[in-house]
Design a protein around this ligand. Sequence first.
Ligand code: SF4
Ligand code: SF4
Length: 370
Amino acid sequence: MKFHFAMTAGLAGYILKNKMRPRPEWQRNAAANGGNGSANPFRILPPKAGEKHQPHPMIGKRFPIVLMLEPLHACNLTCTGCGRIREYESTISERVPLEECLLAVDECGAPVVSICGGEPLMYPPIGDLTAGILARNRYIYLCTNGMYIKRRLGEFRPDKRLYFNVHLDGMEKTHDLCVEREGVFREAVEGIRVAKAAGFQVCTNTTVYKETDMREIEELFEYLKQFNVDGHQIAPGYGYSAVDDREIFMTREDIHEKFKEFDRIAAKYPVRQTPMYMEFLRGERELPCTAWGNPTYNIKGWKGPCYLITDGHYKTFEELMTETPWESYGPGNDPRCEHCMMHCGFEPSAALGINAGLAGNLKMLAWTLR
Ligand code: SF4
Ligand code: SF4
């Protein structure tokens, strides 16, 4: 918990500094050219007669908080809800060279790097990549399906800024169904056990779908207590345009319903989501999308506007920040965003304290101390 506090306190300082003095080169609104990707066929819903879009509270104070670094898209699994292995099928065998990954870390400067993919433990220089990011004094969430932890653990050293973040969508039967292979849950849990025994910090990451039974999530957290895991992340899944199976994803109303009782579970286990984001999921608080807070870098460049939607890939981080027509996205602005409550768009808004007020800020303080 001490490390969690240090991380949260460090992030709070970073956010305050950037809110007070946003870097001017990221606030320009350059003519959008859609990067080198396809144009957005849905872009900009004109306001209806008499209706005006609210100006975005942070549009002139854009900065990144968490970099989503995808060094490769190859994976040993084919999960039902995964957009990556489908969207990047044509480049699935390619990898971002190590030096280029580190340049992306330097270029955007986000204090937290989430190494994802694909399966990052299939990236040959993953140990060097992690060491290079730690040498830059960043926090790392290494997001993995857990199956190769045991095999590759020797390439890492425990560090208070490094977390293995293991994906688990339920207990054994449910999880193996989601990832479409038997035995994955057991291997992932074995990875957790071995990593914890070797002195590493381990979190879990759960995606909630329409069919998810929240009692089973509670059962999962209770089961994981024996391994002394350091935290749980949880967020609703949302349909990537690359995933055909729309049936598994939820509407906003479904999400509100699903998370209505989650407070009780969050109070019992080390759930890492901020109270603001949780209130948002329960439908008790409005938040705008701040997708620039969670930029994604992969084999094609800086992916815009967000982790889910791809309307372009940009060569530089500055191009992503200045050429993306940010005000054209988010619920009410783009039909593809209508039901999105994903952490990549809204957790930065919660961390930024948008619409928080005094009560919200006090809740954040209490959460940090807890
Ligand atoms: S483990 Fe992750 S990257 Fe691999 S298929 Fe599943 S969701 Fe996609
Ligand atoms: S609302 Fe969701 S899908 Fe839309 S830009 Fe934001 S994060 Fe992306």
